[in-house]
Design a protein around this ligand. Structure first.
Ligand code: FAD
Length: 468
């Protein structure tokens, strides 16, 4: 045995939630142990999620932009793809960040323990290292930040050609023909990468639109733009059977847009969602309630039903996003350090880093309708934006959503290049309680895409009547 450890705070899992909590707590003077089963810190987001996917999406964007430039009178040669170098670049990005985290942990004297942790009691965890050695880590307080894992479809056969997002990020090859199973954010982002690198791609999605959480008007613009890039986007369709044969993966479809015949693919990317890891922690030994899906319920201070055990990140609920995990982490760490802090954001932005990007924040129009809210929507088409036209990308639009009674902004959505960067202004407006006039009267720099947000507020009836 390696000997037992005790800490004022133990953080279980070193993803964006876990490392943010550990660092904040250490900065506030607590003695912290951070337990992680993998050799590197950073969790899903840094190692096999947000960061490597965005590095590859940048590569895809440059390839696409080079092609778009033909319309501007500049033609580049056909892109030469060196897959090994692309992979190396991405791995270097990840390596730089995970190394940085290790350095930050050291600087703060956060003790990192490598191994798989499970609760032994409400005051201790048992940690099993790779070599099978076990040690006990006891704590005064614990923050569970064990994240989530990929949902596996039971009918998919075991086959190397069937990948999840982690497999897709390994970029082993560029398949000739690939099926993306699931038209959510992760599926579409990886489709963007593989398509730019030369794969022919079909996408199948059960819902009646891609990215079902986003408003339909945003997704319509997206789908129209990408419809020529993908062979077949099958909405309201599902896969019923996959047979792995020597000559390829034979897929049978069912539903509204199902092809009549079985289709053959070289690879399948399964991207149908993620499930929380709450069920893998022996949480019952600590008395922590885990629901049947694996989520752990928490209060506004991120406390579970056991008062000195907190939980944050993907395993406490939707949206499963890194920036949500980080903010929850800070609340949990500060509460444990004796501060009075609550997690009660008015909104959490969502972004699909596709081309074009899709971003939304706060209440969507769909949700407003479901909730019976009386809202007014201001929309500004980028076809009227000098900047969008100048860069040759006028397909997008920006919209902002207001509560009719209070005039306050409650939501917004953008589809177009850089939508992910632009949506931050709308998030700030919601948190600050802005009304339409505040946004419209804020002078945005010209010519920028950000103007489209101010303009969207201007088109609302009854606002800014003094403007031309
Ligand atoms: P995780 O990052 O899942 O970290 C949990 C950690 O706990 C892991 O390192 C795991 O090894 C460890 N762990 C689990 N159980 C144990 C145990 N028993 N013992 C020891 N260690 C354990 N989000 C965004 O906001 N923006 C994006 O662009 C984005 N892109 C994504 C792209 C992909 C392909 C994927 C898969 C996800 C993406 N996400 C994105 C989601 C984001 O990665 C997650 O929301 C985020 O990582 C959640 O952080 P977390 O701290 O809750 O958990």
């Amino acid at each position: 045995s390696k000997g037992d450890i005790h800490a004022q705070l133990v953080v279980l899992g070193a993803g964006p939630g876990g490392y943010s909590a550990a660092f904040r707590a250490a900065d506030l003077g607590l003695e912290v142990v951070l337990i992680e089963k993998y050799a590197t810190l950073g969790g899903v987001c840094l190692n096999v999620g947000c960061i490597p996917s965005k590095a590859l999406l940048h590569t895809a964007k440059v390839i696409d932009d080079a092609e778009h430039m033909a319309a501007h009178g500049v033609t580049f040669g056909k892109a030469k793809i060196d897959l090994d170098k692309i992979r190396d670049y991405k791995d270097n990005v990840v390596g730089q960040l995970t190394k940085g985290l290790a350095g930050m942990a050291k600087m703060r004297k956060v003790k990192v323990v490598q191994g798989v942790a499970q609760f032994a009691s409400d005051k201790s965890l048992e940690v099993t290292a790779d070599d099978g050695k076990k040690q006990t880590v006891s704590f005064d307080n614990c923050i569970i930040a064990a994240g989530s894992r990929v949902v596996q479809l039971p009918f998919l056969p075991e086959d190397d050609r069937i990948m999840d997002s982690t497999g897709a990020l390994k970029l082993e090859d560029v398949p000739k023909r690939m099926l993306v199973l699931g038209g959510g954010i992760i599926g579409l982002e990886m489709a963007t990468v593989y398509r730019a690198l030369g794969a022919k791609i079909d996408i199948v999605e059960m819902a009646d639109q891609l990215v079902p959480a986003a408003d339909k008007d945003l997704m319509k613009v997206y789908q129209k733009f990408v419809s020529k890039q993908y062979d077949n986007i099958m909405l309201q369709t599902s896969v019923t059977k996959v047979e792995a044969k020597k000559d390829g993966l034979h897929v049978t479809f069912e539903g509204k847009n199902a092809p009549e015949k079985t289709q053959k693919y070289d690879r399948i990317l399964s991207a149908v969602g993620r499930r929380p890891n709450g069920d893998l922690l022996a949480a019952d030994k600590a008395g922590v309630n885990v629901d049947e899906r694996g989520f752990i319920a928490v209060d506004k201070q991120m406390r579970t039903n056991v008062p000195h055990i907190y939980a944050i990140g993907d395993l406490v609920g939707q949206p499963m996003l890194a920036h949500k995990a980080v903010h929850e982490a800070h609340v949990a760490a500060e509460v444990i350090a004796g501060k009075k802090h609550f997690f009660e954001p008015l909104c959490i932005p969502s972004v699909a880093y596709t081309d074009p990007e899709i971003a939304w924040v706060g209440v969507t129009e769909k949700e407003a309708k479901e909730k019976g809210m009386d809202v007014e929507v201001g929309t500004f088409p980028w076809a009227a934006s000098g900047r969008a036209i100048g860069v040759g990308r006028q397909e997008g639009f920006s919209k902002t959503i207001y509560d009719k009674k209070t005039g306050r902004i409650v939501g917004g959505g953008i589809v177009g290049v850089n939508a992910g960067e632009l949506i931050a202004e709308v998030a700030l407006a919601i948190e600050m309680g802005c009304d339409a006039e505040d946004l419209a009267l804020t002078i945005h720099p010209h010519p920028t895409l950000s103007e489209s947000i101010g303009f969207s507020a201007e088109v609302l009836e009854g606002t800014c009547t003094d403007l031309p």
